[in-house]
Unconditional design. Structure first.
Length: 115
């Protein structure tokens, strides 16, 4: 019987480990998309459940100003934050989350508001 090599086993373990982190699955508004009017909130869905106390998201508007209201709401694998009106242009979302497997991940994306 042929047995898997050690390197193959390590590769499988590494792949499983990486897949266990909380990465951004999708967001609303969608990553890189354009929406007609300023959204009232941003919601992010992750690939794993989040620890609410250590998961944050900030959003800046076209002028570089903070437009999130500060306190993110976390429920399961979902995190939302309400937005103040910020006008048209590019919005930047920065997130940093702790998943239930105790790993921290972070990332950012943009979406556009305008006609
Ligand atoms: Cu992990």
């Amino acid at each position: 019987m042929r047995r898997p090599t050690l390197s193959l086993l390590l590769l499988l373990l590494a792949t499983r480990e990486a897949a266990a982190h909380a990465f951004l699955d999708h967001a609303e508004p969608r990553v890189g998309n354009k929406v007609a009017s300023p959204p009232r909130e941003v919601t992010l869905w992750f690939t794993q459940k989040l620890e609410p106390a250590f998961s944050t998201v900030t959003v800046t508007g076209p002028a570089g100003q903070r437009v999130d209201t500060g306190k993110a709401r976390v429920s399961g694998n979902q995190m939302s934050v309400a937005l103040k009106p910020g006008g048209t242009g590019a919005y930047h979302v920065n997130w940093r989350v702790l998943s239930v497997d105790t790993h921290t991940t972070d990332g950012s994306f943009s979406f556009l508001v305008g006609q």
